[in-house]
Ligand binder design. Structure first.
Ligand code: NAD
Ligand code: TYD
Length: 351
């Protein structure tokens, strides 16, 4: 095997697309997927690769330092692509500590294990941290996040990711660990847990439930097709310069209400419903506390230096996403039973 790559959070949304890409594209890499299988982790996402000889799943918690150290000792990974995290802003508002444990302490546990095992012999080693554009805070009507934009996180989620980014860079600076960080905009696509806007809207339309729009609905996000994020990670992992940061974005800004209206229109067409049927479910609800107004990434560094651009348009991606959820309603039903119902009731009860 050419490389032993540890991917954390590989049973989640983005991680599962990345695992699939790596397992299929790099038969000479040994790919290890370390995941705790929280509510967001789902091995169903990886059915098609689970028996591949270059893939191994390990169930475990990055918050458990002893377990992480023993795992590194046993497998002697030479690269880490770290995605495992608590990832939903609304949950970070109700339970910030869970984000501090996994996103900050979990990341430091992995850094410590890599530092100890690599023991200053860094040839061929890499620690790649997958982060978010939310660390930069909120934009007004104009402007974009650059790699040089100052950090200004506004939610417990983004504060925890900002902190973990700082630790990754600090370990690079202090101990010489070869680190790379990328900060990506909002992803969408198959296998996203339906607590996030796009799958939540699709799920609720399919179940004739109201479509909750926070505040005035004019909050803006820059949406990227999840498989394009996975391909950007592949590019940065192989060609990115050590110590650098790369912003990843879709060049694709949408106001929330416009995206919701588009999904309503496309689902009405696909389900054969009269135009306007789904849009009747739109319900304006109390805003998220501290809601960031606008995110927009300038991804020109990645484009100019590493030649990455998104492979499909948003119109193609959203069409494929809706089709995937329609074709995989059993997946949706499975992940929205149990804990999800309790979460949904708590999150939307007062709104
Ligand atoms: P997700 O919530 O779908 O998946 C997270 C995965 O991490 C799950 O499989 C979960 O079981 C696992 N996990 C959580 N806590 C763990 C722990 N303590 N130990 C081991 N595994 C644990 O998240 P996602 O949307 O796929 O995001 C993946 C990464 O990308 C995160 O670091 C997130 O901050 C970052 N990111 C996400 C987006 C986005 O739009 N979703 C955008 C930019 C960056
Ligand atoms: P989300 O998918 O939670 O991603 P993030 O907060 O990380 O950007 O939310 C995307 C946008 O949609 C954000 O502005 C909040 C808004 N939103 C709603 O209006 N209603 C909802 O029920 C949810 C979950 C999000």
């Amino acid at each position: 095997m050419d490389k032993k790559v540890l991917i954390t959070g590989g049973a989640g949304f983005i991680g599962s697309h990345l695992i699939r890409l790596f397992v299929n594209k790099y038969p000479n890499y040994a790919i290890f997927n370390l995941d705790k299988l929280t509510y967001a982790g789902n091995l169903e996402n990886l059915k098609d690769v689970e028996n591949k000889s270059n893939y191994k799943f390990i169930k475990g918690d990055i918050n458990d330092a002893q377990f992480v150290n023993e795992l590194f000792l046993e497998h002697q990974f030479d690269s880490v692509i770290h995605l495992a995290a608590e990832s939903h802003v609304d949950r970070s508002i109700t339970d910030p500590l869970a984000f501090i444990y996994t996103n900050i302490i979990g990341t430091v546990n992995l850094l410590n294990a890599a530092k100890d095992i690599w023991n200053s012999k860094y040839e061929g080693k890499k620690f790649y941290h997958i982060s978010t554009d939310e660390v930069y805070g909120s934009l007004a009507e104009d402007g974009f996040f650059l790699e040089t934009t100052s950090y200004d996180p506004q939610s417990p989620y983004s504060a925890s990711k900002a902190s973990s980014d700082h630790f990754v860079r600090a370990y690079g600076n202090t101990y010489g660990i070869p680190v790379v960080v990328s900060n990506c905009s909002n992803n969408y696509g198959p296998n996203q847990f339906p607590e996030k806007l796009i799958p939540l809207i699709i799920h609720n339309i399919l179940h004739n439930k109201s479509l909750p729009i926070y505040g005035d609905g004019k909050y803006t996000r820059d949406w990227l097709w999840v498989k394009d994020h996975a391909m950007a990670i592949d590019t940065i992992f192989h060609q990115g310069k050590i110590g650098e940061t790369y912003n990843i974005g879709g060049f694709n800004e949408w106001k929330n209400i416009d995206i919701v209206l588009l999904i309503c229109k496309l689902l009405d067409e696909k389900l054969g419903n009269p135009s306007g049927t789904s849009a009747q479910l739109i319900t304006y609800v109390i805003d998220r506390p501290g809601h960031d107004r606008r995110y927009a990434i300038d991804a020109s560094k990645l484009k100019n230096e590493l030649n990455w651009t998104p492979s499909i348009t948003f119109e193609e991606g959203i069409e494929q996403t809706i089709s995937w959820y329609l074709d995989n309603q059993q997946w949706l039903d499975n992940v929205t039973s149990g804990d999800y119902l309790q979460y949904y009731q708590q999150q939307y009860q007062t709104k």
